[in-house]
Design a binder for this molecule. Structure first.
Ligand code: SAM
Length: 293
């Protein structure tokens, strides 16, 4: 493949990208031409609001073509357009073939939770010492075992097996915690998430692991559970305090993650009317907070 490389001022990026699409580019990508230099200016908005600008002041536009002739012809046609004023053709480069599937897969190795409990992608052989396994590939939903918050929850499950218990995984993502609870004997598992893609991923991953659970939107959580797991983030966990605690059966356990060390006191305070949260694990600046009700 061949990449046509262009430099465009902010206001030209959209018409140039549209024209490249119309010229049958296989893909068009836009990068900050000033990235990693003193001129780099980050673009970001407040959560939920659009960024203050739509693009960088100088963008590098990269368009992929199947042949060098097609890339060169597209460059010639663009250069003749009014809207190309201020833009520059920086050249055509050959893009070497890559096995992207293999490259992506090589970035996900088996993850140990305890010496015997491992998360293993389907393209890897399980390590010899693995006695308990979750088979999981990266997908649309969060939770592959590579994040410390997920690992701490799974470690807690392995050290406090919920054998025979009713378990709620609130904010299930890929369903990894629910599947982990099943591996350690949970009798009945509900896994809920606000994101329908996470619900779908949980159903698929549970099936692939031979695990029976009920997955759905948060309203599907019903009644009391002897273990409630929620790996979300500090802010939603604070808002959810009364709801999550109301789902914990008397004598049951609440396990919360997604909390930075410096947020532990805020969380303690938010949960104080319902439960006495304590930090019970920490990794890479994240803490696991748990309580018995
Ligand atoms: C950090 S991921 C955790 C995924 C998985 N449980 C794990 O431990 O790796 C958080 C998940 O919570 C979901 N989530 C965020 N806010 C939520 C809310 N208010 N109610 C239910 N789920 C929520 C997100 O959609 C996301 O899938």
């Amino acid at each position: 493949m061949f990449e046509l490389r262009l430099l465009c001022p902010e206001e030209r990026v959209e018409p140039v990208s549209d024209a490249l699409d119309a010229l049958d580019a296989l893909s068009v990508s836009v990068e900050d031409a000033d990235a990693q230099t003193d001129a780099e200016r980050a673009l970001f908005g407040e959560p939920g609001l659009p960024p203050p600008k739509e693009g960088w002041s100088r963008s590098r536009v990269l368009a992929l073509f199947a042949t060098e002739a097609a890339a060169s012809e597209a460059g010639d046609i663009l250069a003749a357009q009014d809207f190309f004023q201020g833009c520059e053709i920086q050249g055509i480069a050959q893009v070497p073939d890559q096995d992207w599937v293999r490259l992506t897969q090589s970035q996900f190795a088996p993850v140990p939770i305890t010496p015997e409990f491992w998360i293993v992608p389907t393209w890897h052989e399980p390590p010899a010492q693995a006695r308990q396994l979750i088979r999981l590939d990266p997908g649309l939903a969060f939770g592959t075992g590579t994040h410390p918050t997920t690992r701490m929850c799974l470690r807690w499950i392995a050290n406090n097996p919920p054998a025979g218990k009713r378990v709620l995984d609130y904010g299930c993502g890929s369903g990894i915690l629910a599947i982990g609870a099943a591996r350690f004997g949970a009798a009945e598992i509900d896994a809920v998430d606000i994101d329908p893609a996470a619900v779908q991923a949980t159903v698929a991953n549970a099936q692939a692991n031979g695990v029976q659970l009920r997955a759905g939107l948060p309203a599907e959580a019903a009644g009391h559970y002897e273990l409630v797991l929620a790996n979300i983030l500090a802010m939603p966990l604070k808002v959810l305090a009364p709801l999550l605690c109301a789902h914990v059966a008397p004598g049951g356990a609440l396990v919360l993650a997604g909390i930075l060390e410096r947020q532990a006191d805020e969380l303690k305070e938010a949960y104080a009317p319902f439960a006495a949260l304590e930090v019970s694990d920490s990794e890479d600046g994240w803490v696991l907070m748990t309580a018995r009700l």
